[in-house]
Design a protein around this ligand. Structure first.
Ligand code: CTP
Length: 301
């Protein structure tokens, strides 16, 4: 508050152009002192964010206000400040599909896949952080709903199709991350299928292709799909871009180290009508960030 910059912290503060937050912590009488309070008011007037101390037991053994705010609370507050800077998608409605679908055979068994939903949830969270109104159509996962996201739970590909197609109407775009089963059992057995001697075959039929339906129908919306391959990544993924009338495909090679199911990292390649761009190994949160930057670079939604 008085412009004294005789240590690294205060020198940095005096030169800072970014948002600044302070979390004061001291004994209760020091905190209540008019000198401290006046300095806090001065800082607040200059735009510094104050994270108030908590009440409780202090280092001196006294009880009162002066305990440093909990580190989690400080981190959440600072996270909020950083997000405030980039509300570039305020007023936009985006759909995200995530996770695996479950295709029931009988009340006990199903066909599904290893998708954890992490990539889609990271994208939904990042969209919400940027101010978008997000509908997350999700298969079954263990993940918590990202803050500020409307979540629609579905099980099968058919249910995901209905929910996603309905939500897409009137939206500004969609990022389809879900690992949708391509086939579903042709008949659902109301009762548990009992085992018999010999082998069993389960007839399956194609599920509706959500992206393949929405793509050819889209007007102004931005449509981003995912493509998971184990070989010929660019060739196969480029074919999906054209076939499904997409603006962008995020492709990943399931066999790459640090990519694919369950892990917190991913290695992806962006495929657009202009060409391809390979990204390094990144956290799924950073991949989500990069996907949205790429979408916004290509189109102001
Ligand atoms: N997708 C979808 N509806 C389906 C199947 C897939 O919306 N019934 C979406 C996925 O969410 C993903 C993209 O389509 O964004 C994947 O395209 P797809 O051609 O289905 O890829 P693969 O399933 O990998 O295709 P293939 O099995 O032919 O490799």
């Amino acid at each position: 508050a008085s412009g004294i910059a005789d240590n690294l912290l205060l020198t940095t503060y005096l030169s800072a152009r970014c948002p600044v937050a302070v979390a004061p912590a001291m004994d209760l009488d020091m905190y209540a002192h008019e000198a401290t309070q006046q300095n806090l008011r001065t800082l607040a007037r200059r735009g510094v964010h104050i994270v108030e101390p908590g009440e409780g037991e202090l280092a001196s053994g006294l009880q009162g206000k002066g305990r440093m705010a909990e580190p989690d609370a400080i981190a959440a507050f600072v996270g909020g400040l950083l997000r405030e800077k980039k509300k570039s998608l305020a007023g936009k409605r985006l759909i995200v599909t995530a996770g695996a679908t479950i295709e029931a055979i009988d009340p006990v068994r199903f066909i599904s896949n290893h998708s954890s939903g992490k990539m889609g949830y990271a994208i939904a969270g990042e969209l919400a952080d940027r101010g978008a109104c997000v509908t997350l159509v999700t298969g079954r996962t263990e993940l918590p709903t990202p803050a500020g996201v409307e979540r629609v739970d579905v099980l099968s590909a058919a249910e995901m199709y209905d929910a996603a197609v309905r939500a897409f109407e009137g939206s500004d775009g969609a990022v389809m991350c879900a690992a949708v089963a391509d086939y579903t059992p042709a008949d659902y057995h109301d009762d548990k299928v009992k085992k018999k001697d010999g082998d069993l075959s389960i007839p399956v039929e194609r599920t509706p292709d959500i992206l393949g339906t929405i793509g050819p129908q889209k007007t102004h919306q931005f449509l981003c799909g995912f493509s998971m391959e184990t070989k010929d990544l660019v060739e196969n993924s480029s074919a999906k871009l054209a076939k499904k009338n997409l603006d962008m495909v995020v492709a990943n090679n399931l066999k790459g180290a640090g990519a694919g199911f369950g892990v917190d990292t991913n290695v992806v390649t962006f495929i657009t009508p202009d060409g391809t761009r390979e990204l390094p190994l990144m956290s799924k949160a950073d991949v989500a960030d990069a996907i949205l930057d790429e979408i916004l670079k290509r189109r102001s939604l």
